[in-house]
Design a protein around this ligand. Structure first.
Ligand SMILES: C[S@@+](CC[C@H](N)C(=O)[O-])C[C@H]1O[C@@H](n2cnc3c(N)ncnc32)[C@H](O)[C@@H]1O
Length: 293
């Protein structure tokens, strides 16, 4: 097994800052739009971006909650530095703090509880989801909310009738990706029942919302660029889990001269989803439970 903090998903993790920017544009901003509709921004004075990565979400959160102080936490000093540069460029340094912290251990000593904890594609990096989530929930003040953004439906690109879909290549590719993800993380992130875990921590208003991410045809050049990078990295990562013939088909689609390929096709889309899991920390008892456990 590789380290659980290594990149395990084309499009996130060890991506460069510019890859991460493009990835966020395609996959994170649509999800943050859902967050806004769930939480009136006025109620949030302090929020944590847990596992902030390159800080794209941090900047967006600071913009979307203009009255709030944002505390960006990550276990990686390099990520924190990248996030800090991004926040500075966005002229938001006066409202964003950075904290080197590990949600595999209790973070309560590092900061006072906050109104909102946002954990986007970070908590699955722990091998013990229950413990990671418990540590995250401990950062939520009584009456405050946690929102966990995790993977939903796998990426769909080509229409049902297209050969890559009809011949089953795409399904097998998705399976190979899922297997490589498990190998990299050391566990299957899709097997975590986040709702059940939130309920077990005695949160109220526990719920799950599927956020559709849809970029319709005809894709823009930036959407095509994201797709090309995603597929390139995906094939590199999971070729060893696939039949050579299937790898060839996907490679062909990366060929800029192929009529069905990413560059020339006019009927491909980007369709996937993310899941937002949320819960509110009860006043009093749950807060004490969190502090003492
Ligand atoms: C895939 S990135 C997500 C970045 C950002 N939240 C987003 O949605 O684009 C996951 C981040 O979680 C961080 N991370 C992984 N394990 C962590 C841990 N135990 N404690 C704190 N951060 C962690 C990684 O360093 C990485 O920056």
């Amino acid at each position: 097994m590789n380290s659980s903090r290594e990149d395990h998903e084309p499009g996130h993790g060890a991506a460069t800052a510019s890859d991460a920017t493009l990835d966020a544009e395609i996959t994170l901003l649509p999800v943050l739009d859902h967050l806004e509709s769930h939480i009136p921004s006025g109620r949030v004075n302090r929020l944590v971006d847990l596992g902030c990565g390159h800080g794209i979400g941090t900047v967006e959160l600071a913009k979307r909650f203009p009255a709030a102080t944002v505390i960006a936490i990550d276990v990686s000093p390099a990520m924190l530095e990248s996030a800090s540069n991004r926040v500075e460029d966005a002229d938001l340094s006066n409202r964003v703090e950075f904290l080197l912290g590990d949600f595999d251990v209790d973070l309560c000593q590092l900061l006072e509880p906050v109104d909102l904890v946002w954990a986007s594609l970070s908590l699955h990096h722990t091998t013990d989801s229950a413990s990671g989530l418990r540590n995250a929930v401990k950062l939520v003040a009584p009456g405050g909310r946690i929102v966990v953004n995790e993977f939903g439906a796998e990426l769909r690109v080509w229409p049902e009738a297209s050969p890559v879909t009809a011949d089953g290549v795409w399904v097998r590719f998705g399976q190979a990706l899922a297997t490589s993800r498990i190998d990299h993380l050391g566990h299957d992130p899709s097997s975590t029942n986040w709702e059940e875990l939130l309920n077990s921590l005695r949160l109220s208003e526990v719920g799950a919302t599927e956020c559709q991410i849809l970029h319709s045809p005809v894709l823009s050049s930036r959407e095509r660029r994201w797709l090309t990078r995603y597929l390139r990295r995906a094939v590199d990562r999971c070729a060893s889990y696939m039949e050579a013939q299937d790898v060839l088909v996907i490679e062909e689609l990366l060929d800029s001269a192929h009529p069905e390929g990413i560059e020339l096709s006019t009927d491909i889309s980007i369709e996937m989803s993310r899941m937002l899991y949320t819960g509110v920390r009860a006043s009093g008892s749950a807060a004490q439970e969190g502090k003492s456990s």
